[in-house]
Design a protein around this ligand. Structure first.
Ligand code: HEC
Length: 121
């Protein structure tokens, strides 16, 4: 019984570790992603994804600088949740319904191309 429990805990730990480690590449089309980004995201997040888009100065909550380690160390899943559901109490609304699932995958692939995943070591 004890051994089974330990094995279960170990298994869960491996699963969690793995999903974190392998879920780091969106298989989207970065070209389409770039077009989506330029049309819908650039005005806030900026050309260099640094949060300095033309609309940024007028927002109550500054758009995230996607180039910071804080953002780059987030898993694909965390970024996906932010884009589909939005960020609470901020001008970043959810894009589900406004963009197709494919467009969201593509734009995330573009973000990861421009601001690659970087684990906090
Ligand atoms: C109206 C301005 C605005 C637009 C347009 C916008 N965002 Fe955002 N975005 C924000 C703000 C503000 C935040 C949250 C900042 C905070 O809470 O610190 C945010 C957060 C995010 C995050 C979370 C980053 C993190 O590290 O947690 C991602 C990812 C993101 N935006 C991607 C996008 C994408 C992709 C688009 C286009 C489809 C987009 N945003 C369009 C303003 C915007």
């Amino acid at each position: 019984m004890k051994i089974t429990q330990a094995a279960a805990v170990g298994f869960v730990a491996i699963l969690l570790g793995q999903s974190w480690a392998v879920a780091q590449d969106f298989r989207g089309n970065t070209k389409i992603g770039q077009a989506v980004y330029e049309q819908h995201c650039l005005r806030c997040h900026g050309l260099a994804l640094d949060g300095r888009g033309p609309d940024a100065p007028y927002l109550i909550v500054a758009p995230t600088n996607l180039q910071t380690l804080k953002s780059r160390s987030k898993s694909d899943w965390e970024l996906l949740v932010a884009v589909t559901h939005g960020v609470l109490f901020s001008p970043m609304h959810g894009w589900r319904g406004r963009l197709t699932d494919e467009q969201i995958t593509d734009v995330l692939a573009y973000i990861r191309l421009m601001a690659p995943f970087d684990a906090v070591s």
